[in-house]
Ligand binder design. Structure first.
Ligand SMILES: [Zn+2]
Length: 155
């Protein structure tokens, strides 16, 4: 249940309620609020990476293939023409490779375990590098809102 737009809207709604409830307790900087919104957006659509036809899945597939092709075209010690061919082959291989992976619809990325792991990891990284836990918490809220909308509460 829930398409891309519904998940984003519900994620933002979920975050608004959370922020409203905590408005007396925490005060966020503009920077934290902006980052938080981006992370809620990402989190609210992230679990659908395991849906073959989802927008997120296709976006990640395109992004990964293009990045791999670009990386090859930069690092390959070849002449221009071969470099170009190597990049094209890499693009096709990665793209088809990802398409071949058999992923379970509403599998691991739709579990509380996935949410907890990704949230803890992001809180750790954001605290280390940005001195704020807000991006990690926002990502967690986004993922949680997705699971709520999909009604998936398995571990
Ligand atoms: Zn989903």
């Amino acid at each position: 249940m829930g398409d891309f737009k519904e998940h984003v809207l519900f994620g933002l709604f979920f975050a608004m309620i959370f922020m409203y409830l905590l408005k007396e307790v925490v005060s966020l900087t503009t920077w934290e609020i902006s980052l938080g919104f981006i992370m809620i957006f990402l989190g609210s659509v992230m679990p659908d990476i395991d849906h073959k036809n989802s927008y997120v899945h296709r976006a990640v597939k395109a992004f990964t293939s293009i990045t791999a092709a670009l990386a090859i075209s930069i690092i390959a010690p070849l002449d221009f023409l071969y470099r170009y061919m190597a990049a094209a082959i890499t693009f096709i291989t990665v793209y088809l490779g990802i398409s071949k992976i058999k992923i379970k619809h509403r599998g691991f990325t739709h579990t509380i375990t996935f949410c907890t792991l990704v949230t803890s990891f992001t809180i750790l990284l954001s605290t280390l590098f940005l001195q704020t836990a807000v991006p990690g918490i926002a990502l967690g809220l986004g993922i949680l809102s997705h699971l709520v909308l999909d009604r998936e509460f398995k571990f």
